[in-house]
Design a protein around this ligand. Structure first.
Ligand SMILES: C[S@@+](CC[C@H](N)C(=O)[O-])C[C@H]1O[C@@H](n2cnc3c(N)ncnc32)[C@H](O)[C@@H]1O
Length: 255
């Protein structure tokens, strides 16, 4: 019984938040046992969630832990990319370059920052940048690139489920080719009045698109914001390296 209690305790630091890294590591250890390794992802996560509650974790915390585990697992796809095993875009997204032009630098957040191409661009232009990503390899690359560029970056290995977006914290939030849609719903509160949100992503109806934005959905989510730019158009998807239906948004929270 004690080892189980100890593992659960290690997942929850004193401030009450779940330690995503420990939670994911514990899951991987459990998953490595041959009888669990045989399970599909869905069966494994269902069984592990049941085990967490059977071990005494509150159901709401078990749900949150499973969501963090699923988010952290995305790194399995991206670590090899950032290790250079396949190509990834290196230059900043044109939409972001356009969004910051002529703007007074402030505090910026790069959601799912990858190897930091956009974060470093902003830092070079005087922004105080924080970025997070589930990929340790991506964050390590971002830190290396920032050092080489002589800029400071606050780069964190975290999932969107763990990162504290806060209230009225940021002058700019960049969500560029995200893999999940949750973060966009945290932006309204997290931006300072006058701050901007910059999103570029595939449209839900794009061929082979793994993304979720429906027609005009971003406009609905940011109703009440001043829309600086909105596009729903065919364009070169920087990550999938092909023409796709893309959505682009620059919107400002009203002061
Ligand atoms: C398509 S890449 C875009 C990276 C970067 N924004 C860019 O455009 O270069 C998606 C990134 O999101 C990260 N990611 C996926 N799910 C995540 C999550 N739940 N929380 C944080 N980062 C996540 C991946 O590791 C990956 O680096």
């Amino acid at each position: 019984m004690w080892p189980v209690v100890l593992i659960l305790a290690l997942c929850i630091p004193v401030h009450g938040q779940i330690d995503g890294e420990a939670a994911y590591a514990n899951f991987l250890r459990w998953r490595a046992v041959p009888e669990n390794a045989r399970l599909t992802w869905q069966a494994a996560t269902e069984r592990y969630a049941a085990k967490l509650t059977a071990d005494g974790m509150a159901p709401s915390e078990a749900r949150q832990t499973m969501s963090i585990i699923a988010s952290r697992d995305e790194a399995v796809l991206y670590d090899p990319v950032y290790a250079g095993k396949s190509p990834s875009p290196q230059t900043p997204t044109a939409l972001l370059v356009e969004a910051v032009k002529g703007r007074r630098p402030g505090k910026a957040l790069d959601v799912g920052m990858g190897q930091g191409r956009n974060a470093i661009f902003m830092a070079r232009h005087g922004w105080d940048v924080t970025g997070f990503d589930v990929s340790k390899t991506g964050i390590a690359a971002a830190q290396r690139h920032a050092m080489a560029a002589g800029v400071k970056l606050n780069a964190l290995v975290l999932s969107d489920e763990e990162f504290p977006f806060g209230q009225a914290q940021w002058d700019l939030i960049a969500i560029i080719y995200p893999i999940e849609k949750r973060s966009v719903f945290r932006v309204r509160d997290a931006l300072r009045p006058g701050g901007i949100i910059v999103v570029e992503c595939g449209h839900k109806d794009g061929k082979d698109s793994p993304f979720e934005y429906d027609t005009n959905e971003l406009l609905r989510i940011f109703e009440g914001f001043r829309i600086r730019k909105y596009e729903d158009t065919a364009g070169a998807h920087e990550w999938m390296r092909k023409e796709m239906r893309l959505v682009r948004l620059i919107a400002e929270k009203m002061p």
